[in-house]
Unconditional design. Structure first.
Length: 185
């Protein structure tokens, strides 16, 4: 009889601890609504349109980021310098002080396509991973290249969902394939 009471008490404690841990884990991670998912998907679509067109002199691209948001290029697994600030982000997209002139991907007619987008709720808002394809490299409208993927941090602002950080794990540098160094043994 004493053993049954001890086993029952142990079982009740385990259930209580497990339930509490699950509740705490759920509280640490915000839930996203269906509308949140759609709006984040729209953020990605707007990014493609803005980078492909240099619309509003690159400021449509820049405005997809928070005021302190950053774009981080990464080649060969090594992150480059973060690009922050509205002016610098507009310039990196070909606009701003560059005036949308001599932007190689636009001159070639390149279109960015984002696929396999996975969005995960986080305490800050959401994170995401999305693959990038480019169609039209080298001026060939039928040529499709895979150029790595993005790791994103999204936050909801009064203006809607924005990039807090966007890291591009690139496989191409200026249209040329980047070949990673062989793994050391």
């Amino acid at each position: 009889m004493g053993n049954r009471i001890a086993v029952t008490a142990c079982f009740v404690m385990c259930v209580a601890v497990s339930t509490g841990a699950r509740a705490q884990s759920a509280a640490a991670r915000a839930e996203l609504t269906a509308l949140d998912y759609v709006q984040i998907e729209q953020l990605i679509a707007k990014y493609a349109r803005a980078i492909d067109s240099c619309s509003n002199n690159g400021y449509d691209y820049a405005d997809l980021f928070t005021a302190d948001g950053a774009f981080v290029p990464s080649f060969d697994g090594k992150p480059g310098n973060a690009i922050q600030g509205r002016e610098r982000l507009a310039a990196i997209s070909g606009g701003g002080t560059n005036g949308c002139k001599n932007v190689p991907w636009i001159e070639q007619g390149v279109r960015h396509i984002y696929t396999n987008h996975v969005i995960t709720p986080s305490a800050e808002g959401a994170t995401g991973v999305v693959d990038m394809l480019m169609i039209g490299l080298g001026g060939d409208p039928n040529k499709i290249e895979y150029d790595g993927y993005y790791e994103d941090t999204y936050v909801k602002t009064p203006q809607g969902w924005r990039f807090k950080q966007r890291v591009h794990h690139a496989l191409l540098r200026e249209g040329q394939r980047v070949t990673p160094a062989p793994a050391s043994r």
